[in-house]
Design a protein around this ligand. Structure first.
Ligand code: PCA
Length: 213
């Protein structure tokens, strides 16, 4: 079963989005024997929801890792909670701006990530990559992808491990601004690879344990 890795196109005033570039760079690569399907999503909620639903239905992935840019973050942010809410401060790239609207009318208030977030945190820090756990992915497109992947896993009865990672600005992007936290691209790439590896290793271990019982 494939791994889905999503990133986003640029949005707002940004001309670059490191998350979309990470998804492109890892597309087709193999990790622990599984193939990564890297997808760049539009920052447009209607189109993105349909794409996430379609990918979950057709690919039934073992892992779904969403990534996005968090402009003010100085570290890799491992998201733990997805909430059933769209509350956009700015319109998306299609000009839509839902305020106080649930993502799914029939969905629960929130889901927690099913990827091993604490283990990922530990492994990132061991690798010398600044990271922290986060309890809000916001109420814009990143939270929406995270929630939609979790909701569709339940709706379709899949065993997909779902997670979301927010990335800071890339170094060159920050160099165009006055003061902005950033990380080099190769560090972000490594962080995403580690997150996937830790998840797949854990999946392998649980499969071996099930076979033994
Ligand atoms: N970051 C935005 C949406 C797209 C992206 O890369 C967010 O944090 O919601």
């Amino acid at each position: 079963m494939p791994i889905i890795l999503t990133g986003f196109e640029p949005f707002g005033k940004e001309r670059y989005n490191p998350s979309g570039e990470v998804a492109k760079a890892l597309n087709g690569k193999r990790i622990c024997g599984e193939t990564i399907v890297g997808v760049v999503l539009p920052v447009a909620y209607r189109r993105t929801i349909s794409l996430v639903e379609k990918m979950m239905e057709e690919l039934k992935p073992s892992v779904f890792l969403g990534t996005g840019l968090a402009p003010s973050s100085p570290v890799i942010r491992i998201e733990r909670m997805a909430v059933n809410l769209m509350d956009f401060r700015k319109p998306d790239n299609d000009g839509d701006k839902p305020v106080d609207v649930p993502i799914y009318e029939d969905g629960p208030l929130a889901y927690m990530a099913t990827m091993p977030t604490r283990d990922i945190l530990i492994r990132l820090r061991e690798a010398g990559i600044p990271a922290s756990l986060s309890y809000s992915a916001g109420t814009y497109l990143c939270n929406l992808v995270f929630y939609a992947a979790l909701h569709n896993t339940v709706r379709l009865g899949l065993n997909t491990k779902v997670g979301f990672v927010h990335l800071p600005y890339e170094l060159r992007q920050a160099a165009e601004k006055d003061v902005a936290p950033s990380l080099p691209f190769d560090v972000m790439l490594k962080a995403v690879e580690i997150s996937l590896r830790v998840t797949l290793e854990e999946l392998d271990r649980s499969l071996v344990a099930t076979k033994r019982t």
